[in-house]
Write a protein that binds this ligand. Structure first.
Ligand SMILES: Cc1ncc(COP(=O)(O)O)c(C=O)c1O
Length: 392
């Protein structure tokens, strides 16, 4: 069989399993109103939780920096690609999250792969929640370490996996907020386990920063933990910060080691300096304009109250991610298509992103949604899913 024949056969298998994927073309956006494939839709699947991707100050910072520095960085950070804008972003991020140092990388995926490959080896053990993001699992696999996964949120199993590890290099790694379920990890529990077993605790807070904590600083703030308790924090910048790339936060020694040895950092063009300049403004907004976080929190609360009143079996999530379980792929796709016909963009999440039989709508709320849009979504969800829910 030729390569093309093999690929076509696999595509046919995915068709039969309702797991085919395609890209949608967004031609314009205005707040959460998106023009998508010629339709006007309210986007309820965006990760732009605080609306910073379109905030005028963030956009202006990007434009000014591009006018000054050009577009591409034109080199890897260790050759000629590291600009003043990158250095300033790293300084600001370290100060805001209370860490000694920060490293700005091209993506969250690349940050996690780089950290785990650089710090783990075949003698190491990496203990992870089963629902961790794919790049944390891939990073551990690529590092050659023994990857030990525990059932989602099961602290007893997490402790058992750490207790049985015979290694000097034990990492305990978790999402702060799980990207497809929206629930928060038990960070206090994980911190206790890390302490008892001398493990390095690493948290990826892609969906916690900007959302959780009294001022939106994320999962650590919500759990009352600091840099001392979580030695490695990863903040992907493509979600609430509205940009692209990721900030790795850690002690100076760790950051220095990573910038000299993490292969995806060494062998990749540095992110655009204009993106770093824009993100520095996003961090400033997070620190100084609490209204965005307050508005997001209010929208999450409002959605949950209305969804409960409508009898929708929402999962136990207090983050911006509010999944509605469909069960099989066909149901998730049917719901998503019906929502689209009603003017809403809510994507159906299917395997391999989630386990078999746990396909769902992944609804996300942002600070830019209006109460009227949220009410209209709940009404549509009630109507469309009224023919029977899978249990959450
Ligand atoms: C928890 C988590 N970590 C990392 C990433 C990857 O970040 P990036 O999109 O910047 O590669 C994502 C999503 O994209 C995520 O949800």
């Amino acid at each position: 069989m030729t390569l093309i024949e093999r690929l076509r056969q696999r595509a046919a298998q995915r068709d039969a399993a309702h797991t085919r994927r395609s890209r949608r073309v967004q031609s314009q956006r205005n707040g959460m109103l998106a023009e998508c494939d010629g339709m006007q839709l309210v986007n309820f699947s965006s990760n732009d939780y605080l609306g910073f991707a379109q905030h005028p100050e963030v956009v202006a910072a990007f434009q000014q920096a591009a006018a000054r520095d050009g577009v591409g960085s034109a080199g890897s950070a260790l050759v000629t690609g590291h600009f003043a804008a990158h250095r300033e972003l790293e300084r600001q991020a370290a100060a805001l999250f209370g860490y000694e140092a920060a490293l700005y990388t091209g993506s969250g995926y690349m940050a996690n792969i780089g950290i785990l490959q650089a710090l783990l080896d075949a003698e190491a053990v990496c203990v992870q929640d089963k629902y961790n993001h794919a790049c944390l699992l891939d990073g551990a696999r690529f590092s050659g370490a023994a990857l030990k996964r525990y059932p989602h949120a099961d602290m007893r199993q997490a402790e058992a996996r750490c207790a049985e590890a015979e290694t000097d290099t034990l990492f305990l790694v978790s999402d702060g907020v799980f990207s497809m379920d929206g629930d928060a990890a038990d960070l206090a529990g994980l911190h206790g386990i890390a302490q008892r077993h001398n493990a390095t605790l690493m948290i990826d807070d892609a969906h916690g920063v900007g959302v959780l904590g009294t001022t939106g600083l994320g999962s650590l703030q919500a759990a009352g933990l600091t840099a001392k308790d979580v030695p490695i924090l990863v903040v992907p910048a493509g979600k609430a910060l509205g940009g692209q790339g990721a900030l790795i936060l850690a002690q100076r020694d760790i950051i220095q080691y990573l910038l000299e040895t993490a292969r995806p950092y060494l062998f990749s063009t540095a992110p655009a300096p204009a993106m770093a300049a824009a993100l520095a403004v996003s961090l400033g907004l997070l620190a100084q304009q609490p209204q965005h976080h307050a508005r997001l929190q209010e929208n999450i609360r409002h959605f949950r109250i209305r969804a409960e009143a409508a009898g929708l079996p929402m999962m136990d999530s207090h983050s911006a991610i509010q999944p509605l379980m469909a069960g099989d792929n066909e149901t998730a796709l049917r719901w998503s298509a019906a929502l689209q016909a009603a003017g809403f963009w809510v994507s159906a999440i299917r395997p391999p992103t989630v386990p078999q039989g746990k396909s769902r709508l992944r609804i996300t709320l942002t600070a830019l949604h209006t109460v009227a849009q949220i009410d209209a979504l709940v009404e549509a969800l009630q109507r469309i899913t009224g023919d029977g829910h899978a249990s959450a």
